[in-house]
Design a protein around this ligand. Structure first.
Ligand code: URA
Length: 266
């Protein structure tokens, strides 16, 4: 680097970053630069010697906590080894929020060791109020569909792509889905189900990372991170249009059959 002024600015920035991370050094970093002639003669006076560098400055608990806070969402997610830890992380995660203020976390519900996991789209009003997915009208229909293939709600695990309610029950934006996805993927990893049922196009296209119609995705099993994933209509769609009932019935029967073949419990 030929420009001494540029060198000194870079060195000062470096030391300021170090000070933010480790606290004050035993040396003093000037906030203001000295005259240009002084900079040229002594560009490096605020560095410690090489041997000093080997002595790690003592890091206070407070500073350690600050460094902890700076971990990326991916690192924090990676560190979770239980659903409880993941839930606690989700409680604090700003990136899970939508532009509707004051919503509650709707993390997921059910058997933490479930062999079947159902993934919906996003919480609605009732889900936000109760902090539980699929508790409104669509949820009651989902319970009936599951009962028809001999699952109790407590046998399975239910979650959504989004963990907070979007305003006016609008479709989650692609960017919102991508922000929430790493948390859901970790949730799936921790529950470790044999089968996943995506209800609705938003859930299916987000997990399968394919922009296509629900009609193109349903009726078959897809490979998903070493598991099998089936897609069917969202129960809310069935509430409005009878024509989706038969294909949904066919899908869930296939699902039950595969669950039994794979030795799903209970
Ligand atoms: N619709 C969803 O997709 N999820 C819910 O939790 C409720 C309605």
């Amino acid at each position: 680097m030929n420009d001494p002024k540029e060198f000194l600015e870079k060195a000062t920035r470096f030391l300021q970053q170090q000070r933010e991370m480790y606290g004050d050094f035993s040396v003093h970093v000037e906030e203001k630069h000295e005259t240009e002639s002084e900079q040229v003669q002594e560009p490096n006076t605020s560095y410690k010697s090489e041997s000093q560098d080997h002595q790690q400055p003592e890091v206070s608990e407070e500073k350690k906590a600050e460094v902890e806070v700076r971990k990326s969402p991916a690192e924090l997610i990676e560190e979770c080894s239980t659903l409880e830890e993941l839930r606690a992380l989700c409680e604090e995660a700003e990136e899970l929020k939508t532009d509707l203020e004051g919503t509650n976390l709707v993390f997921g519900v059910g058997n933490p060791n479930a062999d079947l996991m159902i993934v919906g789209e996003a919480p609605g009003y009732n889900e936000d109020q109760q902090g539980e997915p699929f508790v409104g009208q669509a949820g009651q229909l989902l319970d009936k569909i599951m009962a028809a293939i001999k699952f109790k709600r407590s046998d399975i695990y239910i979650a959504n792509i989004l963990k907070h309610r979007p305003p006016d029950n609008r479709d989650p934006e692609p960017e919102e889905r991508q922000r929430s996805l790493p948390y859901l993927l970790k949730q799936i990893e921790l529950i470790d189900p044999k089968l996943i049922l995506c209800v609705g196009r938003i859930s299916a296209t987000t997990l399968l990372d394919k922009e296509t119609s629900l009609g193109n995705l349903r009726g078959t099993f897809h490979e998903f991170h070493g598991r099998e994933l089936m897609v069917t209509y969202h129960p809310a769609a069935l509430l409005y249009n009878q024509k989706y009932k038969r294909p949904t019935w066919e899908d869930v029967q296939l699902l039950r059959k595969r669950y039994d073949e794979l030795g799903g419990q209970p």
